[in-house]
Write a protein that binds this ligand. Structure first.
Ligand SMILES: Cc1ncc(COP(=O)(O)O)c(C=O)c1O
Length: 427
């Protein structure tokens, strides 16, 4: 008997963050265009979360598709040890210009986790090359920096890490600055830096993503960075989610008075078509590596490092992102979200509502006061929006809207109206 696609999937494929016996059937996507995913049953879903925050220019973009096709025919891929090429150099030069923040050197990898992994390894080897043994990293409670071992180590302990806990690197966590505990956060950071051989402090600038779309201020960020500067500790800004206009400015680090030493990027970097990770650093960080000695070289490299096709795609996406039209869309979405937040601020069924640029997050009030990724309300919320034809993927009792920048005002209103209806239907 011929098995269906879903049956073959259930028998042989492994999906992320999902039990192998999955009680909720997968939706089969057959095509995607602009704001919509088209499903095998003939229905369509508005992609209000940019397919895990990657897709900024909408699906099936022709300019990006053409860039990929012509680059494959010109130079698809080559190893990057001993070789270089124009797409890698052109993207790097343009990207460093847009990121600014004194970033002057760039390392390619494939995703957000590896961008973080590379930053951590560079930070630790920075100290080794300088003759100091500093290996401890400080991170924020509630953080999410990825799924590889290093990235897991600096992420919050919990469901994502519990099977691996005994194997994670030594990391010190400071409280999340929730607006009530600034002095405690700064004091804890300073105590750690005084007492431990800390190599670097890693943070998601201004907003924690997977940790619940929680916002903190640029002033506090700058003060945390001041403490790091006082002890010579490197700072690593993980812009994997916040980069490329998500927070309203091109990069979240542009809000803070101090500049990070290292930065990590991925997700929207290619417009959401193909995987790419990038880690950048300042001249200060590269300095102890400026040597012909192999023992001072950075030993990290993947088969697909600086894939020419993906670099050319990222360059094309970057130029589209910089365009006036795209920047105007970011400002329009940001204003629209803010207006919605202002209108719903004191809603009885909303525990917390905030927006930062194009990110809107709403934590709903439930009988069970705890906020967690596995909060049972997430199934109700997910299904409610799916029935309305909108893809939102709640983090427990927190829903967030993080749309492609091509979303129209009408589509935004459709989402807000669905949120209002959800609040009425909320059990
Ligand atoms: C801030 C941050 N860093 C790193 C990552 C890991 O990125 P990836 O899933 O591409 O490995 C994520 C993923 O959500 C993230 O939000």
């Amino acid at each position: 008997m011929n098995k269906t696609l879903l049956e073959k999937d259930a028998e042989h494929l492994w999906h992320p963050y999902t039990p192998l016996i999955n009680k909720r059937p997968y939706a089969e996507v057959v095509s995607a265009k602009d704001m919509y995913l088209h499903l095998a049953d003939g229905s369509k879903l508005m992609d209000a979360i940019s397919s895990w925050w990657v897709n900024i220019h909408g699906h099936g973009n022709e300019q990006l598709a053409k860039a990929v096709q012509s680059q494959i025919l010109e130079l698809d891929h080559t190893l990057f040890a001993g070789f270089t090429h124009k797409p890698a150099v052109d993207f790097a030069m343009n990207f460093l210009r847009v990121v600014a923040c004194d970033q002057s050197r760039l390392f390619y990898s494939e995703n957000g986790s590896t961008a973080v992994e590379v930053a951590m390894k560079i930070a630790i080897q920075y100290w080794k090359n300088k003759g100091e043994e500093r290996t401890t990293i400080v991170a924020l409670e509630g953080a999410f920096h990825g799924d590889t071992f290093g990235a897991m180590s600096v992420s919050a302990r919990g469901l994502f890490t519990e099977a691996f806990e005994s194997l994670l690197n030594p990391v010190l966590f400071i409280p999340f600055p929730d607006g009530t505990n600034d002095e405690e956060v700064l004091q804890q950071l300073e105590t750690y830096l005084q007492k431990h051989p800390v190599a670097a402090f890693i943070y998601e600038p201004l907003i924690q993503g997977t940790g619940g779309m929680r916002v903190y201020t640029p002033e506090l960020l700058a003060r945390m960075m001041d403490v790091c500067a006082k002890y010579g500790v490197l700072t690593i800004a993980d812009e994997v989610m916040t980069g490329f206009g998500r927070t309203g400015k091109k990069f979240a680090s542009h809000y803070a008075a101090r500049k990070p030493d290292l930065m990590c990027f991925s997700k929207a970097i290619t417009g959401g078509l193909l995987p790419l990770g990038v880690t950048t650093c300042t001249k200060k960080v590269e300095e102890p590596f400026l040597s012909a000695d192999m023992h001072r070289a950075f030993f990290h490299g993947h088969s697909y490092t600086a894939n020419a096709t993906i670099c050319q795609l990222a360059l094309t996406s970057l130029l589209m992102f910089e365009s006036e039209a795209c920047q105007a869309n970011i400002a329009r979405i940001s204003a629209s979200h803010q207006a919605f937040v202002n209108k719903r601020k004191s809603h009885v069924k909303i525990k917390r509502i905030e927006s930062l640029g194009t990110i809107l997050s709403i934590e709903v009030q439930t009988n069970n006061s705890e906020s967690s990724y596995t909060h049972e309300i997430r199934h109700f919320l997910y299904d409610f929006f799916i029935k309305k034809g909108i893809l939102l993927r709640p983090l427990g009792n927190i829903i967030y809207v993080l749309p492609p920048y091509i979303i129209t005002n009408q589509q935004l209103e459709e989402i807000y109206a669905a949120v209002d209806e959800m609040l009425i239907a909320l059990p």
